[in-house]
Design a protein around this ligand. Structure first.
Ligand SMILES: Cc1cc2nc3c(=O)[nH]c(=O)nc-3n(C[C@H](O)[C@H](O)[C@H](O)COP(=O)(O)OP(=O)(O)OC[C@H]3O[C@@H](n4cnc5c(N)ncnc54)[C@H](O)[C@@H]3O)c2cc1C
Length: 405
């Protein structure tokens, strides 16, 4: 059995790994080291929390006594500064050193900081951790007009929450469409119209040139002359995996730390999972994937050989009075057949992408009742051999999927 397992980073991937380890190995010493000053908490509850009773205790992933009950030595407020892979040793921010037999790196990601002049002004925020959420919460009464930079899922969720609490919101997106990774042009247009019905202004194809104001933000410049007034900016412009920790080591990286299907890196006894882990050339940055990878890493660390089965990412948005689902590949160029159905109310939309008799992706806006059929067909790679795809409608295809269940 392994003597000492050290886990760097204390998010959901870490917790799931600990559970998997303890299923198999009750004896190993487990060290959990996290930079934030909080015990592991649910990051996905932060956005909604900014208008709620937000505190560490309300969103903990596990009660604090759970760690002692499971023999986990917890170090919070402790950044791991470097790794010596020859001596199997970590250097902590206070200068102390910790030895490991097996190491799991689950350092997650940070929000991308767009290179905009003025991004460091007061009342300019980005939401990644509990500290950010508490800071945003404490200055919300100063922010009546809020500009959200970034029209991806997180930016939109934030805009909706702010709007529901009486804030005047403008969304600015650099690319020509909202949720560019999950929606095609038409779906994005439909979503944009739905959002604009709430009198939320959306500017796509628009870059922020500068954030203006003295110590605190007073507006943003969207070209040399146009200034949009605001008293708060929240930006949400993608993520960057926290991989600096391995920068002077032989651990192989690309966008993140490269792992195989056991979540092991190129260095024996060093594993990675969650937002930091790059598997099959991709970093997905989703909660359920961090859970699945953390579990696989945990089992393999104990010696129980387990393979990570790739998960097709699913994005859902429930906001602006509408539900939205996007899954898999939504690139028409990679599809041999595309089925589309748009409601006459111009508020509903279904698009299914088929490649070689398999559904590879789908977008649904509006009625979600039959989305699970699409999810299951994509996940199980169901073969549509008996379906004549030439003249079939979206609903007829969904009927066939239902009957084939
Ligand atoms: C506001 C918000 C809402 C989200 N909503 C959703 C959602 O609805 N659905 C969904 O699927 N995903 C969502 N996500 C993404 C999801 O939260 C992440 O995919 C998930 O948290 C990744 O888990 P992780 O354990 O890999 O890393 P993280 O949760 O990022 O945890 C990593 C931890 O490691 C620490 N760390 C980093 N470097 C060091 C170091 N050198 N030393 C010590 N500690 C270190 C970090 O401080 C952090 O606490 C959301 C993310 C945010 C920010």
């Amino acid at each position: 059995m392994t003597k000492r397992i050290v886990i760097v980073g204390n998010g959901i991937a870490a917790i799931t790994a600990i559970k998997a380890i303890r299923e198999i190995d009750l004896d190993a010493d487990i060290y959990l080291i996290g930079e934030e000053k909080f015990y592991p908490y649910s990051r996905i509850r932060l956005s909604k929390g900014i208008f709620d009773q937000l505190s560490e205790d309300n969103i903990l992933l596990q009660k604090k006594e759970w760690y002692e009950q499971n023999g986990v030595n917890v170090f919070i407020n402790t950044k791991v500064v470097s790794i010596n892979t020859d001596n199997l040793e970590l250097l902590l921010c206070d200068g102390s050193k910790v030895k490991y037999d097996k190491l799991l790196i689950v350092t997650g990601s940070s929000n991308n900081i767009p290179p905009i002049d003025g991004i460091n002004k007061g009342n300019v925020y980005s939401l990644r951790g509990l500290n950010d959420a508490l800071n945003i919460k404490s200055s919300l009464n100063e922010g009546e007009q809020i500009i959200v930079i970034g029209g991806g899922i997180q930016g939109l969720e934030m805009a909706w929450i702010l709007y529901q609490h009486g804030k005047k919101v403008v969304i600015i997106e650099l690319l020509p469409r909202l949720m560019p990774r999950q929606l095609d042009d038409r779906a994005s247009e439909i979503l944009k119209n739905i959002i604009q019905d709430y009198e939320i202004q959306i500017l796509t194809n628009t870059g922020v040139k500068k954030i203006v104001g003295n110590s605190k933000v007073e507006g943003v410049l969207i070209d040399e002359k146009i200034e949009l007034k605001c008293n708060m900016v929240i930006y949400s412009t993608g993520i960057n995996p926290n991989k600096e920790l391995v920068s002077n080591t032989k651990v192989e990286t690309a966008r993140g730390i490269i792992v195989d299907n056991k979540m092991e890196t190129n260095i024996k006894n060093i594993y990675a999972a969650g937002d930091i882990a790059e598997f099959d050339n991709a970093i997905i940055g989703l909660w359920n994937i961090a859970i699945a990878q953390g579990k696989v890493a945990g089992y393999n660390i104990t010696g129980k050989e387990t393979i990570y089965e790739k998960i097709t990412p699913v994005t859902t948005l429930n906001a602006f009075g509408v539900s939205l689902f996007s899954m898999g590949c939504i690139d028409e160029l990679r599809a041999t057949k595309v089925l589309v159905d748009e409601g006459i109310n111009k508020k509903s939309y279904k698009k299914i992408f088929v490649n070689n008799n398999k559904i590879i992706g789908a977008i649904v806006i509006g009625d979600m009742k039959r989305s699970p059929l699409l999810k299951s067909a994509i996940e199980k790679e169901i073969i549509l051999d008996e379906v004549n795809l030439r003249n079939i409608s979206v609903e007829e295809l969904l009927d066939k999927l239902k009957n084939n269940k």
